[in-house]
Design a binder for this molecule. Structure first.
Ligand SMILES: Nc1ncnc2c1ncn2[C@@H]1O[C@H](COP(=O)(O)OP(=O)(O)OP(=O)(O)O)[C@@H](O)[C@H]1O
Length: 570
């Protein structure tokens, strides 16, 4: 029988009449279309639940053995107005129906399973459209370096005309694959030391039920020490998981990425989709993922719920990684930032205030402002406009489009599994020794040689901070690069020259909370999108951080590898 169209566009897939689990008295007419679940009690307004907001659906028998009926529950997380404050946040809505189409309990369960399967399949089709931003360089202007005479020593007087960075993005779309749904095995890594030390509790109170609702099968691993995840991911058999999920700050993600990049099979390993859930202090990548999804800025448990929802939807996007090399030849793979000066000092010095959570950065900022330092060094970069947008890194041919992790073809997940990959062990039984792996840095000259002639060398040598960031957020409260998008192949390079007043610097950071710092037209602030940069500190002591982790202090350089990794986003 051909089913009618529901509203002129969406095809009605299933129709039925059920009671609610809570009351078997009233009957509800339920229709599943390709975009929504419609629920109506006779004579009442129709309730419409968007499948875009649905993370899963399951069928089950009643607890009472004398109950012949079966049930299905669908889990939705629509945006709802906040109670007592502005804005809307996702909130859980569960619809449970009782199915009794026959006297036979098995028949009823079959019918409930048919509905649950159809709701799950249709929800997965309802992924947000896949969009990847490709910078249009004609529309892309940078904040120019000013001539010395344009600078005011106190930093509070700004020139009247300054070009502000703008990016007009042309959007390329790719279609979502759709293949039969299956349970998806995840490794969830939780850092009990991150943030205020409550990540394991957050997992149990907020995350695990949603993963179950989404049909995920997870292995939970609470890290026992620093570098535990790094060592594990360097050797683990990755074939048993569809994705690696990190409930922590950015530091544990850094361990995971670098563990994967130290494997002999790094090219495949780094393509394992990564999910990030905020359980740390800064939570920059989690805040960025929330931002890319179009949601308003959130923090704490609201951010966790939003990121868990996005994780459950399972949409995978390309993730740029920067290869960062230090003077001793160490190579780190970075997804977030390289910082020197004010930002890295605040990050590391505020470690002792960890117990106050994200507020540790505010305390650290105020303290460092009180004794503002100037750092001497040389900075050079390769402007992004110098090169066409780089192709994606070798080994990731099917991006930059986004695809649903939950629609990918089944891999074989043969049991039993150990955490370690036996094929990685040699005959002596020793773990393989880690080494520097990864794609060649074709844009960089060796650190002991001058930068290539076509690079731009910054004239100034006295800085308050140098910061390269490649996600929108530097922390959940700092929208540092509002135009940054996933897989844009750009390092967003900022530097603040010495001479800025404390008040002006504070204004910059306050404006950064809304992402409007470039609009302040501060003459001490420079910004440009680059593909590579080199920083050579002359100040003998200092802190350089990569993704918020302190690394060897001294000359350092980086180049972007577009779309080398993959991140689960919304
Ligand atoms: N079990 C553990 N015990 C101690 N340290 C750990 C453990 N597991 C991981 N770490 C380390 O804890 C440090 C802090 O973790 P992480 O960066 O994730 O949290 P955070 O600093 O609170 O958050 P953010 O980086 O977002 O500000 C990292 O250097 C990480 O390597």
């Amino acid at each position: 029988m051909a089913l009618p169209l529901s509203n002129g566009t969406a095809q009605v897939l299933l129709c039925g009449e059920f009671t609610l689990s809570t009351s078997t008295k009233d009957r509800y007419s339920v229709r599943l279309t390709s975009t929504e679940l419609q629920v109506q009690k006779t004579g009442q307004t129709r309730l419409l639940l968007q499948l875009l907001d649905c993370i899963g659906c399951r069928a089950f028998k009643g607890e009472d053995s004398s109950d012949a009926g079966a049930y299905f529950s669908a889990y939705f997380y629509p945006f709802k107005k906040r109670w007592m404050s502005s804005g809307a946040v996702r909130q859980r809505v569960v619809q449970t129906f009782r199915v009794e189409v026959s006297q036979d309990p098995l028949e009823n369960l079959k019918e409930a399973e048919k509905w649950a399967q159809a709701i799950r399949d249709s929800s997965i089709q309802q992924l947000p459209k896949q969009e990847v931003a490709i910078p249009d360089w004609d529309q892309y202007t940078t904040l120019p370096c000013l001539k010395e005479e344009e600078l005011q020593q106190d930093g509070d007087v700004y020139p009247s005309v300054l070009r502000i960075p703008q990016i007009n993005q042309s959007l390329r779309r790719a279609s979502t694959e759709s293949i039969t749904l299956r349970a998806w095995p995840l490794l969830v890594l939780v850092n009990p030391h991150s943030g205020t030390g409550h990540a394991p509790q957050l997992f149990h109170s907020h995350v695990q039920d949603m993963l179950t609702e989404a049909g995920a099968q997870y292995t939970l691993l609470v890290t026992e020490r620093q570098n535990h995840a790094h060592e594990l991911l360097r050797e683990a058999d990755l074939s048993q998981w569809d994705a690696l999920v990190i409930l922590s700050g950015d530091g544990l993600l850094f361990e995971v990425v670098n563990g994967l990049m130290e494997r002999a099979d790094w090219e495949d390993a780094v393509r394992k989709p990564l999910g990030i859930l905020p359980g740390g202090s800064g939570n920059a990548v989690a805040a960025s993922v929330n931002h890319y999804s179009g949601s308003q800025a959130l923090s704490s448990e609201e951010l966790l719920l939003s990121c868990t929802f996005l994780l459950c939807k399972g949409l995978v996007s390309p993730l740029d990684l920067a290869s960062v090399t230090t003077a001793s030849g160490q190579r780190h793979f970075s997804f977030l930032s390289v910082a020197w000066g004010f930002v890295s000092d605040v990050d590391i010095e505020s470690e002792k205030y960890r117990r106050v959570g994200a507020a540790r950065f505010t305390v650290g900022t105020l303290m460092r402002l009180a004794s503002l330092r100037v750092y001497r060094g040389r900075l050079a970069y390769l402007p992004a406009q110098e090169l066409p947008a780089p192709g994606l890194a070798e080994g990731c041919p099917d991006l930059p489009g986004r695809a649903s992790l939950r629609c990918l073809p089944s891999e074989s997940h043969s049991a039993p599994h150990t955490l370690y990959n036996s094929s990685n062990s040699n005959n002596s039984g020793k773990a393989p020794s880690p080494g520097v792996q990864g794609p060649a840095d074709t844009l960089l000259a060796p650190l002991d040689q001058p930068v290539p002639a076509h690079w731009t060398v910054v004239k100034e040598e006295r800085f308050v901070l140098v910061l390269a960031v490649y996600q929108s957020h530097l922390s959940q409260d700092l929208l540092a690069a509002p135009k940054a998008t996933l897989g844009d192949g750009l390092l967003h390079l900022f530097y603040v020259r010495a001479g800025i007043s404390r008040a002006a610097l504070l204004r910059l950071f306050l404006a950064m909370e809304k992402g409007t710092h470039l609009e302040l037209r501060c003459p001490h602030l420079s910004y440009m999108p680059v593909r590579a940069f080199r920083l050579e500190p002359c100040t003998p002591k200092g802190v350089i951080t990569v993704d918020g982790e302190a690394v060897e202090y001294g000359p350092i350089q980086a180049q972007v590898h577009r779309g080398l990794g993959r991140l689960i986003t919304g």
